[in-house]
Design a protein around this ligand. Structure first.
Ligand code: HEC
Ligand code: HEC
Ligand code: HEC
Ligand code: HEC
Ligand code: HEC
Ligand code: HEC
Ligand code: HEC
Ligand code: HEC
Ligand code: HEC
Ligand code: HEC
Length: 311
């Protein structure tokens, strides 16, 4: 922020008066690229500067002046009369009506309201009220930065970093041996989650976990001639979508994964373990893909005699 001494302003005004309208017009076009319309009462103090790039907002979607709904400084920060005028000559300048840091003195509701006046409509925002983030009082500016041309949470490659500031558990999972390709930027948290809230549980983009997975893994949808009930129920019976230390994000390694539910009559009903390694009986259930060596169609089978998911 560069504070312009009163005297300088007076001098500038005199110059402007002397040189007439043309100079005024030029001054306006010089700043118009960056400054939102109707902001002069704020920008006369908050102008461009190295350490105070608030006017970069003019280079974001909020600065598209052709859009009728474009906000001005006061749409978000409020009229802020006392901040501008310092009534009674108080030595400390009162804050604007709305500021967005945690220690601003404004409640999350007040901070959110500044955005919701324009952003409560539309498919992506309808479920905000009462959503997990709203209930936890995580306001819009906890995720969004509006004064920078690159809002990190809107960019696939950097989005997870914003979420990880609060979600440490998911951060740990994503760095395990097997996980979805988020670190490469091929996907983002928002590939599965709608952070503004959704009709389903866990802010998922579809009503159920499985429908969310099918948006990309359509071949697992079926219907199959022979269904495996835990697959139809929930993919998370066997996979953790944030990542695990087992291959294919499995929650446990086969045979243990399968033996949580099956100590099958057809097979010896003992738990398979290291003692089943060759040359012992049952080694075929420990090596390679374990149970999936034979039960390879574990998500369901369309083969007439695939009721055991072996084909
Ligand atoms: C007369 C000069 C002046 C005007 C006009 C002015 N400001 Fe400020 N503003 C300041 C100063 C000085 C500070 C730094 C105050 C401080 O650090 O305590 C500041 C700080 C701020 C802050 C940061 C507050 C914080 O504590 O985080 C915001 C936001 C802000 N102004 C918005 C506005 C808006 C919006 C307007 C127009 C409605 C506006 N200002 C008009 C001088 C001004
Ligand atoms: C006066 C209306 C208004 C207010 C208030 C407002 N916005 Fe916006 N916002 C817009 C318009 C207009 C757009 C651009 C058109 C669109 O995306 O619908 C936009 C776009 C955005 C975008 C998308 C940016 C992009 O690059 O795609 C984000 C994120 C956003 N606003 C967040 C916020 C947040 C956070 C607040 C509160 C701090 C806020 N908005 C307050 C009108 C507003
Ligand atoms: C938990 C983090 C988080 C919070 C809190 C959050 N957003 Fe977002 N927002 C995102 C992410 C991530 C995207 C990108 C979503 C996508 O790509 O589908 C986004 C996208 C947007 C967009 C652009 C997409 C569009 O067309 O609508 C707007 C506008 C927006 N948010 C406004 C808001 C407002 C207003 C609030 C507060 C009521 C808010 N956001 C709260 C994370 C958040
Ligand atoms: C779309 C809503 C919105 C608009 C429009 C807006 N601001 Fe902000 N402003 C915010 C939010 C949110 C923050 C908190 C930091 C961030 O998100 O970048 C903020 C932070 C600030 C700060 C503190 C900067 C800091 O780093 O602490 C100043 C000063 C400020 N705004 C001034 C202005 C001025 C001047 C204008 C008009 C040119 C303006 N704002 C327009 C939402 C807005
Ligand atoms: C491939 C889809 C997918 C991706 C990508 C994804 N999630 Fe999830 N997330 C889920 C599903 C499904 C659940 C429900 C888990 C359950 O019920 O066991 C969930 C649950 C959650 C929960 C609730 C607590 C929990 O673990 O059950 C949080 C918090 C969460 N995810 C955050 C994130 C964050 C942050 C990211 C990005 C780093 C992310 N998720 C990426 C699918 C995904
Ligand atoms: C400022 C901290 C914060 C940020 C940033 C944040 N979250 Fe959250 N999130 C929370 C809190 C607090 C809750 C509610 C408590 C809980 O369930 O962990 C929550 C809840 C959730 C849930 C719902 C959990 C459930 O079981 O219903 C999901 C999913 C989620 N966040 C995903 C995200 C994603 C994706 C991002 C990034 C785009 C993100 N969060 C950014 C704090 C945050
Ligand atoms: C936005 C698309 C998308 C969604 C939604 C999605 N996935 Fe994925 N999934 C991928 C991609 C991309 C890969 C990596 C494929 C590759 O590397 O060849 C993958 C890989 C996998 C793998 C194999 C990992 C490995 O190590 O080979 C499993 C298991 C998986 N996903 C399960 C799920 C589950 C369960 C869900 C639902 C909670 C889900 N996916 C939702 C895109 C998605
Ligand atoms: C009963 C446990 C179980 C359930 C439930 C389950 N899977 Fe799997 N999934 C596996 C096993 C075991 C593998 C490894 C198969 C192998 O090694 O050949 C696997 C592998 C995968 C793979 C990577 C290899 C491939 O076949 O493409 C994807 C993707 C996958 N599962 C998605 C899903 C989705 C989506 C769901 C929910 C519709 C789901 N899984 C439910 C056990 C399960
Ligand atoms: C969450 C529990 C659960 C897990 C984990 C699980 N299954 Fe199943 N599985 C079932 C249920 C329930 C059935 C249906 C049993 C029935 O119809 O009597 C079934 C059926 C089967 C069948 C057909 C058997 C029959 O009697 O028709 C085979 C084969 C099978 N599972 C193999 C596996 C393998 C291999 C794994 C590990 C990759 C596995 N299952 C993991 C619950 C599970
Ligand atoms: C060497 C191949 C092979 C391996 C490895 C294997 N199975 Fe089987 N399994 C079979 C065959 C063959 C059948 C009978 C198939 C049929 O009748 O169509 C069968 C049947 C089953 C059945 C149905 C039992 C019944 O009584 O109808 C279940 C459940 C089962 N296996 C689970 C498992 C589990 C869990 C593992 C890993 C611990 C496993 N299988 C490993 C070959 C194998």
């Amino acid at each position: 922020m560069k504070f312009v001494p009163q005297g300088w302003i007076a001098a500038a005004q005199a110059v402007v008066l002397a040189f007439g309208i043309a100079a005024v017009a030029q001054a306006q076009t010089a700043s118009k690229d960056l400054v939102l319309t109707g902001d002069a009462k704020c920008t006369r103090c908050h102008d461009e500067g190295d350490d105070y790039p608030v006017l970069d907002i003019g280079r974001t979607r909020h600065g598209v002046t052709a859009d009728q709904r474009t906000p001005t400084c006061t749409s978000c920060h409020g009229d802020s009369a006392s901040h501008i005028t310092r009534p009674g000559g108080v030595s400390v300048r009162p804050k604007p009506d709305v500021t967005f840091s945690k220690h601003s003195g404004n409640s999350p509701e007040e901070r959110g309201a500044a955005c919701l006046t324009c952003h409560e409509q539309g498919e992506k925002h309808m479920s905000w009220q009462g959503s997990p983030h709203d209930r936890a009082r995580v306001d819009c500016a906890s995720c969004h930065t509006v004064h920078t041309p690159r809002d990190q949470v809107l960019v696939k490659q950097t989005q997870a970093g914003v979420c990880f500031t609060c979600h440490k558990e998911q951060r740990a999972a994503m760095f395990r041996f097997s996980s979805h390709p988020l670190r490469t930027g091929q996907m983002a948290c928002s590939s599965c989650h709608q952070p503004h809230g959704s009709v389903g549980d866990h802010n998922l983009i579809r009503t159920t976990i499985n429908d969310t997975c099918y948006t990309c893994h359509a071949e697992k949808r079926g219907p199959f001639l022979h269904e495996h009930p835990p697959v139809r129920e929930e993919c998370t019976n066997c996979h953790n979508p944030h990542g695990t230390n087992n291959p294919q994000m499995l929650t446990a390694r086969p045979p243990h994964l399968c033996q949580q539910c099956h100590v099958a009559p057809f097979h010896p009903s003992t738990l398979y373990s290291g003692s089943n390694l060759p040359p012992a009986v049952g080694a075929d259930k420990m090596l390679g893909q374990s149970c999936a060596n034979c039960h390879s169609q574990i998500h369901g089978s369309n083969h007439p005699s695939g009721q055991r998911f072996t084909r």
